[in-house]
Design a protein around this ligand. Structure first.
Ligand SMILES: [Zn+2]
Length: 336
């Protein structure tokens, strides 16, 4: 159900639609990054702290109602991933669903913050910021409609963003480092000045909302060369830019873990190859690569942290051509 599930199955469908319509392609690198040192690629490794449907077992859908109720394995994976990245000279930018902060134990997240990894706002309940229908903002509100009675979709979104910021300040003692929309859209927040302004009002200077169109092949089949080529081509569509309101967009770079593993049943080796090609493209073009994944998915699909190690190793081997950064550093280099 487009607009309801905020997962990348929808991203892919939406992306194909958008691709069919035809998008604005390929501007990005030179234009949006004018003024930035063109000699260095910027690589972001981002993990969204939420539970994902069908993990750790297929058929597990209850997380749709409890996105922030992280299980122990997911918390431990997040912490260990942060350590793995740091040991290799990198860092991870996390995005936290606010409801995580209702859990009794947040020591793992405090440790992550202490080690210098940035954490952004991912809304309280993982709400759809695009919809104008209050019921479509989140599954939780369909089961428990009294929570949103009398509210417009925009009110629900604003409150979901604001309460997360508040929870992060009170429980973690930090101000959120940026905002990522739950789910993504090939259209990003283009033409949605209402949401752009809402985020600016809530204190954010950048958002990560775009997930560009790309092919991901047939379910349960190894990706073809055409699929890999499509993913590499999509990197040019995943470059940062500035909205007319002044808000900065830092897109998510395909392919996400949930698209690859959950939707297409990829093996880890296919995913590693796609991530390697995309990272290499970014380095070659001194561009941005914003890797997007979920510890709740990777803990099952990549228990040895191979993807994170791979990205860190590629960047290290690139010497002064690339660096791993938080997304705010990427935003610093974006000009309108
Ligand atoms: Zn999410």
């Amino acid at each position: 159900m487009p607009g309801l599930s905020r997962d990348s199955g929808d991203w892919t469908r939406r992306s194909f639609l958008a691709a069919a319509v035809g998008g604005t392609l390929a501007t990005a690198v030179g234009i949006s990054r004018a003024g930035k040192d063109p000699k260095k690629a910027q690589i972001g490794i981002t993990l969204d702290l939420e539970m994902s449907r069908h993990y750790p077992k297929r058929g597990m859908l209850e997380w749709d109602y409890q996105k922030g109720n992280l299980d122990e394995a997911t918390k431990q994976y997040s912490l260990r991933a942060a350590r793995v990245a740091k040991e290799r000279g990198g860092k991870i930018h996390f995005f936290c669903v606010g409801r995580v902060l209702e859990q009794p134990d947040i020591g793992w997240l405090q440790e992550i913050i202490k080690e210098g990894h940035p954490v952004g706002n991912h809304t309280y309940d993982h709400v759809n910021v695009w919809t104008k229908d209050p019921k479509q903002t989140q599954f939780r509100f369909q089961r428990s409609p009294w929570l949103i009675r009398g509210k417009e979709a925009a009110d629900i979104v604003r409150e979901n963003v604001r309460v997360t910021t508040l929870a992060m300040k009170e429980r973690l003692g930090i101000v959120p480092d940026g905002f990522r929309t739950p789910g993504g859209s090939n259209n990003a927040l283009n033409g949605r000045e209402d949401i752009q302004k809402l985020l600016l009002d809530e204190g954010f200077r950048w958002v990560s909302s775009k997930y560009p169109a790309h092919k991901s092949g047939e379910i349960m089949k190894p990706p073809t060369l055409d699929v890999y080529a499509s993913i590499v081509r999509a990197q040019a569509e995943a470059q940062p830019y500035v909205y007319p309101t002044g808000l900065i967009e830092i897109p998510m770079s395909p392919i996400s873990d949930v698209t690859a593993f959950r939707s297409k049943y990829w093996k880890l080796e296919y995913f590693l190859k796609a991530v390697r090609l995309a990272t290499e493209w970014a380095i070659e073009n001194r561009a941005v690569f914003d890797f997007l994944a979920h510890p709740s998915c990777l803990v099952v699909e990549d228990p040895g942290f191979e993807t994170i190690k791979l990205i860190c190793d590629i960047v290290k081997d690139a010497g002064d051509k690339a660096q791993i950064v938080g997304l705010s550093t990427i935003a610093d280099g974006v000009r309108g």
